[in-house]
Design a protein around this ligand. Structure first.
Ligand code: G3H
Ligand code: 13P
Ligand code: ZN
Length: 330
């Protein structure tokens, strides 16, 4: 058993309290490899932002669980070396079983998500409570989820949103003891969130998707005032990345993400953790494709992964400074 405390990590409890009180959200960026990890740490140190580095079960299989633990430990040291100590959480994203959560807790994670959102309500309560009971013995924080996001999560595909039912939240958080709650108010996973047909044009001619259901968020906040809320599926799918990818041989379809103004608005509420993965994937792919297309003789991986890492860092700095408001809060 390795405790996250030995690795220099923190759980999310204090961070969430400060974020809810301060009207900002902590970035939760997914990582699978060294360049992503370096970009996350460098961007958050430079903007003095607390950060949640999150790992999906797919990432854990891809990168190897032992390596990941040392990478997280390395991230803490790397931040110090860059000259500013920021709070770093290592979080399991979309845990789907008690065993996986337990394994992560025992290998240095400071926070886990148990995602029972696809289960019947009582089963979600029972599974989430089982994880909370174990996690809290080790001072590890737990995120649960109510409601189903449209889109793809690992192997689970949902065609439409099942919005979180505000009347369920009090019962769920009291019976499970979770530390934070992921909700469904219109965000979705992946790069394809809204088609142009689902959007309307604003005065500047920009396609705007249907707004998030802030009315549901308000109802939830009324029932559990100050309780930490999490938004998944919060990539904005910047058009410049899609254009660069397609310019250099990619074949992405038209897609619109969550407008950043809506995320800024959410971050001012009890939403204190905002998950972003797809935007990073797009930034990396755009940078790599550009090098491949413009410097076809190049074959040193550092020559394309280096620019990809720079593009990621720039993206993450933009998110902490201009979208989530977490810059300067570490
Ligand atoms: O919500 C899912 C995250 O974007 C992680 O995706 O399961 O492909 O690693 P993944
Ligand atoms: P995006 O696909 O919108 O980046 O969402 C990521 C996420 O919710 C990870 O849990
Ligand atoms: Zn998610």
């Amino acid at each position: 058993m390795v405790s996250y405390k030995e690795l220099g990590l923190v759980n999310s409890k204090e961070l969430f309290k400060k974020a809810v009180d301060g009207g900002y959200a902590i970035p939760a960026f997914n990582f699978n490899n060294m360049e992503q990890l370096q970009a996350i740490v460098a961007a958050c140190v430079e903007t003095k932002s607390p950060v949640i580095m999150q790992v999906s079960s797919g990432a854990r299989k891809y990168a190897n669980q032992t390596l990941l633990r040392y990478m997280a430990q390395g991230a803490v040291q790397y931040a110090k070396e860059l000259g500013y100590e920021i709070p770093i959480v290592l979080h399991l994203d979309h845990g789907d079983s008690f065993e996986l959560c337990k394994d992560c807790i025992e290998s240095g994670f400071s926070s886990v998500m148990i995602d029972g959102s696809h289960l019947p309500y009582e089963e979600n309560v029972a599974l989430t409570k089982q994880v909370v009971d174990y996690a809290h013995q080790h001072d590890v924080t737990v995120e649960g989820e109510l409601g189903i996001l449209a889109g793809i999560e690992d192997d689970v595909v949902a065609e439409t949103h099942t919005y979180t039912e505000p009347d369920e939240v009090v019962d769920f958080v009291t019976r499970t003891g979770v530390d934070s709650l992921a909700i469904s108010i219109g965000t979705s996973h992946g790069a394809y969130k809204f088609t142009p047909e689902q959007c309307t044009r604003n005065e500047q001619g920009v396609l705007v998707p249907p707004p998030l259901r802030f009315d549901i968020l308000e109802e939830i906040e009324k029932r559990i005032p100050g309780f930490p809320i999490v938004l998944h599926g919060s990539s904005s799918v910047p058009q410049e990345y899609v254009d660069t990818i397609n310019k250099y041989g990619g074949q992405l379809e038209d897609s619109i993400g969550i407008p950043e103004e809506q995320l800024r608005k959410a971050a001012k509420s009890a939403v204190c953790k905002i998950n972003i993965d797809s935007d990073g994937r797009l930034a990396m792919t755009a940078a790599v494709r550009e090098v491949f297309a413009t410097q076809p003789a190049e074959f040193d991986p550092r020559k394309y992964l280096g620019p990809a890492r720079e593009a990621l860092k720039k993206l993450y700095m933009h998110k902490t400074e201009n979208v989530l408001g977490s810059a300067g809060k570490a």
